[in-house]
Design a protein around this ligand. Structure first.
Ligand code: ATP
Ligand code: MG
Length: 453
C-alpha cells in the first residue's frame, strides 16, 4: 500500500476523552472513530488488525475441529422466551420492535439460537461431538462503555458452542477450547492466563477466564507468579487425544490463578510470600461448561440405539476479538506509539523515502516495494512529500514492527537502513539483504491470512 493513496487519518493531538493508552493510540493512529457511546467505525488500519485477529481465531478453531457458521445479529425474542432469558437478561439486552410489532433483540450471545439450530437438525448420538462457532458482532447496552473498544456496546466476539453426549465428552470439549485459546493468544503475541472464574447461578467450577495482565485492566486477579512462566509454544497437539488435552489443562490451571470473584485468601496465603501476586487484568476470553441448562429447557436431545432420548451436554466459549486489540496495545507500546507483534501487524514493514522526487531514492523504494509484495508481504510505503521527521513519527505511531529507511546518502554506499520498532536497533544493509531478512522473519510467524488479507 502506498500511503499517498491510503486512508490513514492520524491525529496530532491526544484526544482528551481517552483515559487509557490503547484508546488514545487507536484514535491517534486513525484506527477507529466513535459514532455513539461505545459504538465505533473501524477505519482501514483498525479494520485490518481486526481481520488479522479474526483469521488467527478461525485458523485455531478449525484446527481444533470446530465448525464455523454465521448467525444473524437480530434474533427473535421468542427463542429467548423459551429459555427464560428474555426477562432475565436485564437492561444490557437491546430490545427492538419491527413494523409488525414483533419483538426482536440485538444478539448479546447466542446459546438459544445455536441450540435451536441443533435441535432442528440433530437427533442421533452418532452426530456428536459437534462444536459450532461464529465470529459476529454483539451488542450489550453496557451501563458504562469506556476504554474505547475494550468495553464497547457493540463488539466483535467469537462465540463457540459444544454439543456432547456425556459430561465427560463435554469436558473434553472444554479442554480442547482451553488449548486452542492458549495457542490463539500466543500467536497474537499475548500472554493470557486462564484463571478460575465465577460460574454464577449455574454452579460448578468448570469455567475459566483468560486474562492479560495490565494496569488498566478492569478485573482484580490473584496468582502464583510461577504461572507467568508457562507458555504453550509450538508444541503439536492432537485435539482428539483426551489425555493430551487434559494434561495441558492440568499444567495451565493447577497453579493458583483466580479472579476476585473466586479468590480464596486462605489458600492464597499458603503460597510462598514472594510468589503471591495481585494485579489487574483484561478479560479477553472465557470458557464455560454448563451441562444441560439449554438443552433441557429447549428440547435439544439425541437418541441412543434403543431410541432413548437424552439432553445433550453443552458449553459456550468466547473470545473478545475486538477487545483483544486494546489488550495487545496495552501490553505492547511505548511513548511514541503502538508496537505490533509480528503475528498481527497491519502491514509487515514500513518504507520511508527520505527524499521523495529523487530519482535514485524513488527507484530504490519502488524496487523494495515490488519485491516485498512479490513475496506475499505487505509493506506500507510512505511516498508522501513530507519531512523525514513527520514520516518517522507516523511510522512509530502506527507501530509496524520493521521500518526500511531509504535515502540518497545510503544508496551511494549501496545500503538502506532496517530498523526494529521494538528494540530501536538499526542496521545498514543492502536492499536485497533487507528483503531477505524480512522474508525470513515473517516465515517463522504464521500470519493469519486464512480468509481475508
Ligand atoms: P465482562 O465481564 O468484561 O463484562 P463478560 O464476562 O460479560 O465480560 P462474556 O460473556 O464472557 O463477557 O463474553 C466473552 C468475551 O467477550 C469476554 O471475555 C470479553 O473479552 C468480550 N467482551 C464482553 N463484553 C465486552 C464489551 N462490552 N466490549 C468488548 N468486549 C467484550
Ligand atoms: Mg466473561
Amino acid at each position: 500500500m502506498r500511503l499517498s493513496s491510503y486512508f490513514l487519518p492520524v491525529l496530532k493531538e491526544t484526544p482528551a476523552e481517552a483515559q487509557v493508552v490503547s484508546h488514545r493510540l487507536m484514535l491517534r493512529a486513525g484506527m477507529i472513530k466513535q459514532q455513539a457511546a461505545g459504538i465505533y467505525s473501524w477505519l482501514p488500519l483498525g479494520f485490518k488488525v481486526l481481520r488479522k485477529l479474526e483469521n488467527i481465531v478461525h485458523e485455531e478453531q478449525i484446527k481444533a475441529g470446530h465448525i464455523p457458521i454465521q448467525m444473524p445479529i437480530l434474533q427473535s425474542a421468542d427463542l429467548w422466551r423459551e429459555s427464560g432469558r428474555y426477562d432475565d437478561y436485564g437492561q444490557e439486552m437491546l430490545r427492538i420492535k419491527d413494523r409488525q410489532d414483533r419483538d426482536l433483540l440485538y444478539t448479546p450471545t447466542a446459546e438459544e439460537m445455536v441450540t435451536d439450530i441443533f435441535r432442528s437438525h440433530v437427533s442421533s448420538y452418532k452426530d456428536l461431538p459437534l462444536t459450532l462457532y461464529q465470529i459476529q458482532w454483539k451488542f450489550r447496552d453496557e451501563i458504562r462503555p469506556r476504554f474505547g473498544i475494550m468495553r464497547g456496546r457493540e463488539f466483535y466476539m467469537k462465540d463457540g458452542y459444544n454439543f456432547d453426549l456425556t459430561k465427560e465428552d463435554a469436558l473434553h470439549s472444554y479442554n480442547r477450547h482451553l488449548v486452542s485459546y492458549l495457542k490463539t493468544y500466543e500467536r497474537m503475541g499475548l500472554q493470557a492466563i486462564p484463571m478460575r472464574a465465577d460460574s454464577g447461578p449455574i454452579g460448578g467450577d468448570n469455567t475459566h477466564e483468560f486474562l492479560v495482565l495490565a494496569e488498566t485492566g478492569e478485573s482484580e486477579v490473584f496468582y502464583d507468579s510461577k504461572v507467568t512462566d508457562l507458555t504453550f509454544g509450538d508444541r503439536d497437539i492432537d485435539y482428539n487425544d483426551k489425555s493430551a488435552c487434559q494434561s495441558v489443562l492440568d499444567e495451565f490451571t493447577s497453579l493458583y490463578a483466580r479472579t476476585d470473584e473466586t479468590h480464596d485468601p486462605k489458600l492464597f496465603a499458603e503460597l510462598p510470600a514472594d510468589r503471591q501476586k495481585s494485579a489487574r487484568g483484561i478479560e479477553v476470553g472465557q470458557i464455560f461448561y454448563f451441562g444441560t441448562k439449554y438443552s433441557e429447557t429447549m428440547g435439544a436431545q439425541v437418541a441412543d440405539d434403543e431410541g432413548n432420548k437424552m439432553p445433550v451436554h453443552m458449553g459456550s466459549h468466547g473470545i473478545g476479538v475486538s477487545r483483544l486489540i486494546g489488550a495487545i496495545i496495552e501490553a505492547s507500546h511505548d511513548e511514541n506509539g503502538i508496537i505490533w507483534p509480528e503475528g498481527v501487524t497491519p502491514f509487515h514493514c514500513g518504507i520511508v523515502n527520505l527524499k521523495q522526487g529523487d530519482v535514485e531514492a524513488d527507484d530504490a523504494c519502488e524496487a523494495l516495494y515490488k519485491s516485498l509484495n512479490a513475496l506475499g508481504l505487505e509493506p506500507l510505503y510512505d511516498d508522501r512529500n513530507e519531512r523525514a521527521g513527520g514520516k518517522f513519527a507516523t511510522m512509530d505511531l502506527i507501530g509496524l514492527p520493521w521500518r526500511l529507511t531509504v535515502g540518497p546518502r545510503g544508496l551511494k554506499n549501496g545500503v538502506v537502513e532496517l530498523t526494529n520498532r521494538k528494540s530501536g536497533i538499526s542496521e545498514e544493509i543492502s536492499p536485497e539483504g533487507a528483503v531477505e531478512k524480512l522474508a525470513s522473519v515473517y516465515r517463522s510467524v504464521t500470519v493469519g491470512d486464512f480468509l481475508f488479507r
